[in-house]
Design a binder for this molecule. Structure first.
Ligand code: ADP
Ligand code: MG
Length: 786
């Protein structure tokens, strides 16, 4: 059913892949109203998808209740009130949509004679059926997008060709002149609507497909065949039927094209450009069918009629002017509208003789259809691979591609609810149930053409010339019979004159177009100049701006350098500040530590003073006990503090007590007390003669040197007649190594200074001892020696 020539974008029908999506055959049920004379109804519509069959009374009685009430479900059930448009919207509209979008479709009506198949498919005046509505929708959708006649051309192998504009034009003219010469044409006959198709679709019911590719050109071809007695007849063939010999016209054969699609070989395909034209062609076929029925004494209900709408489409070229001259880009899709023969069994029709054989064949076709459906269903459900007997009848053979290949398949099951049809209706329902279980591959979407969209509307102007070209009248037959031909010559002259006029018009149009083009070019030139000037101007401005920019950049560079310099300076200052702060901190620390030392020394001094004070008061206390001189004790005369040499220089007598263990020190200066009684051990006798006492005591100082202490005191007479000494002063003589501590030396302020008097070691080899009397602050304290 698909275009054979060239590589159509769609895959061959037989190469099925397991990934393809499948949809079940869409089965709808339409219940026609009961006839005027029918009384009993055996069908009840239960819901929008289910009907119930009620066995009529007579049958119930006969079969003794064998028939039970049965329900059948469909994709949708249309009740007796359903209008033609409602049915169309649900059943056929999606198929027309598919057709326009390059997908195939098959729609057939099934049912017993009188159930409304023909009414559903064809309809009646004022109540157009699915077929006229489909055609109307198709032309409403693609009307202005159609290609000129003969641009698309069917070949005899089910393929589609494209021919150039000129070839198409020549062919158009050839056909027109042929028509003129054969049938004296009445100008209005072509436009006159067929009375049977008049008002089939009211204008307000007109519908249209959305999303039609406007960048494609379309062309519709229709063919109409009839399958009767398993023979295929072309209902659009011009050859007249021979009524004398009652011989049926030549039947057609089915062939398979190179894409494995079945087609009726040599079948007439008429290119139609409007709904009316398509109706007319259909009506022509209908008439022929009726003539055959009457002249050949046929039973119309036993024939299957197949109306095929083929839609060819090809993309417009990049200019949007003409069809792309590429056969590979042509896509052909088709919608098959089938009005099947009555499904009733032979016994019901009172046929005899050749009629019986016909009836058998009719039955045979539908039987084959049923078998095919059964096998398909079994293969799909059980995964078997039984051969489907499509070839057993013409109808199934023709449908083969729909079930084997891809496309949408829909069936309208028509039922007459009258009780008489009950048994046949039940068979119809069973078949419908079976059919719903068969799945058909969903058609794939067409790949989008690589050219830019919107091509058609970008170029609308070339059409005037094309129209003029199209209006060139064809030349009439011009075989002259004699020189004074009164008929042909004037006609020829007239046509030639018309052609001449049109030629002149074309020339004018051409000149006009050339002039328009010229002025457009001049205008463009002007625009171009203006633009160039503008650009020049802008360049100048740009140069100025460049200069400013350059200066600004220099200034910026300078500022940047300056800023860097300043930053550098700030950095240095920061570092200097840090150093100073560090110094400040360390100085502060030193200050603090010195203050602390001072504090420590002060507190030490205070502590010592306090201790000394304690000792003095203790001693005083003792003395008060022991002293013979009560005055002294009682008056509490404060202890005189003796300073060094203050008494030794006087004329008092001293007891100079030097224990034998003392070492002689070779110091330069030696303590000398004149007029003293020298003793080496304590002697009462010596004490009784003197007033003063001095003990020379040696000990090891902390630095390892010998330290000499002169402990001085006053001698008192005790009440018991003994002697007592009250110590009043201690002089300490210290030797020191000059290298032992540099710090001490550096802080030495020289002799005579309190606390700082020390012996100096100037030279370690020639040790010059320089004993100096050191007056220590605490030495003023009197210490009593027991
Ligand atoms: P079939 O083609 O199945 O033999 P037809 O379509 O010829 O049946 O219908 C038989 C008669 O019933 C016709 O006169 C037709 O107008 C009428 N008819 C069928 N269906 C309907 C319907 N849905 N509404 C009104 N009349 C109908
Ligand atoms: Mg019919």
């Amino acid at each position: 059913f698909k275009s054979a020539l060239g590589k159509t974008p769609r895959r061959p029908a037989l190469k099925k892949t397991s990934h393809t999506q499948k949809d079940p055959v869409g089965v709808y049920c339409r219940i026609r109203p009961l006839g005027a004379t029918d009384e009993e109804c055996c069908i009840e519509m239960i819901s929008s998808t289910t009907i119930q069959l009620h066995a009529p009374d007579g049958i119930k009685a006969n079969r003794n209740g064998e028939y039970k009430e049965t329900q059948y479900s469909f994709k949708k059930v249309f009740g007796i009130q359903t209008s033609q448009i409602e049915l169309f919207e649900d059943v056929a509209k999606p198929l027309v949509d598919d057709l326009i979008h390059c997908k195939n479709g098959l729609l057939f009506t099934y049912g017993v004679t009188g159930s409304g198949k023909t009414f559903t498919m064809t309809g009646s005046p004022g109540e157009g059926g699915l077929l006229p509505r489909s055609l109307d929708m198709l032309f409403n959708s693609i009307g202005p997008l159609q290609a000129k006649r003969f641009v698309f051309r069917t070949d005899d192998k089910n393929g589609m060709e494209i021919q150039g504009q000129v070839d198409a034009l020549l062919e158009r003219q050839k056909r027109e002149s042929n028509q003129q010469s054969t049938v004296p044409k009445t100008p209005s006959s072509k436009q006159k609507p067929d009375p049977e198709f008049a008002d089939m679709i009211s204008p307000e019911e007109a519908c249209k497909c959305e999303g039609v590719d406007e960048d494609s050109c379309y062309s519709v071809f229709v063919s109409y065949i009839e399958i009767y007695n398993n023979y295929i007849y072309d209902l659009l063939e011009e050859a007249p039927i021979d009524p004398i010999r009652h011989k049926p016209p030549q039947s057609k054969i089915l062939r398979e094209d190179q894409n494995h699609n079945m087609y009726v070989s040599g079948c007439t395909e008429v290119e139609v450009k409007s709904t009316e034209e398509a109706f007319q062609v259909f009506w022509r076929g209908q008439k022929k069918r009726r003539i055959a029925d009457t002249q050949l004494n046929r039973e119309s209900s036993r024939s299957h009629s197949v109306f095929i709408v083929k839609l060819a489409q090809a993309p417009l070229d990049a200019d949007g002017d003409h069809i792309l001259q590429d056969k590979n880009q042509v896509t052909v899709s088709q919608l098959c509208l089938v009005d099947l023969a009555g499904s009733e069994r032979t016994s019901r029709t009172k046929a005899e003789g050749s009629r019986l054989r016909e009836a058998g064949n009719i039955n045979q076709s539908l039987m084959t259809l049923r078998t095919c459906i059964e096998v398909l269903r079994e293969n799909q459900m059980c995964g078997t691979n039984r051969m489907v007997p499509y070839r057993d009848s013409k109808v199934t053979h023709l449908f083969k591609n729909y079930f084997d290949g891809e496309g949408k398949v829909r069936m309208v099951v028509c039922v007459n609810p009258k009780a008489d049809d009950y048994e046949e209706t039940m068979l119809v329902m069973r078949f419908a149930e079976l059919t719903q279980e068969v799945e058909v591959a969903r058609p794939v979407d067409r790949p989008i053409c690589s050219l830019a969209a919107g091509r058609r509307h970008r170029n609308q102007d070339g059409s005037v010339l094309n129209q003029l070209l199209d209006s060139l009248p064809a030349l009439p037959a011009c075989e002259l019979v004699d020189p004074t031909d009164e008929q042909i010559l004037p006609r020829l002259i007239e046509v030639l004159e018309r052609r001449h006029r049109i030629r002149q018009m074309i020339t004018e149009q051409y000149t006009r177009t050339a002039n328009t083009l010229k002025s457009m070019l001049q205008e463009f030139d002007g625009h171009l100049m203006a633009k160039e000037n503008f650009i020049h101007e802008q360049w100048g401005k740009l140069g100025e701006k460049d200069k400013i920019m350059f200066n600004q950049k220099n200034e910026m560079d300078r500022l940047e350098k300056k800023s860097k310099m300043l930053e550098y300076k700030i950095d240095i200052l920061q570092k200097t500040t840090n150093i100073y702060e560090g110094d400040k901190r360390s100085l502060q620390q030193e200050l603090e530590s010195r203050e602390q030392r001072l504090q420590r020394e002060l507190s030490e001094r205070k502590r010592m003073e306090a201790r000394m004070q304690g000792m003095v008061s203790d001693t005083k206390h003792q003395w008060e006990k022991e002293c013979v001189n009560p005055d002294r004790t009682t008056t509490g005369t404060p202890i005189r503090l003796h300073h060094r040499r203050s008494h030794s220089a006087g004329g008092e007598r001293w007891v100079d007590h030097k224990p034998l263990s003392n070492l002689d020190l070779d110091t330069v200066m030696q303590p000398i007390i004149p007029n003293a009684i020298k003793v080496s051990a304590a002697s009462e006798k010596a004490l009784s003669k003197c007033h003063k006492y001095v003990l020379t005591h040696q000990e090891l100082a902390s630095d390892g040197e010998i330290q000499t202490k002169l402990i001085k005191g006053d001698v008192f007479r005790t009440r018991g007649g003994g002697q007592a000494v009250q110590f009043t002063d201690i002089e300490t003589l210290r030797q020191e190594c000059p290298t032992a501590s540099s710090r001490k030396r550096s802080s030495d302020d020289g002799p005579g200074q309190h606390d700082g008097n020390q012996m100096d070691w100037n030279d370690r080899e020639n040790r010059v001892s320089c004993p100096s009397l050191i007056h220590l602050g605490w030495s003023k304290t009197a210490i009593r020696v027991l």
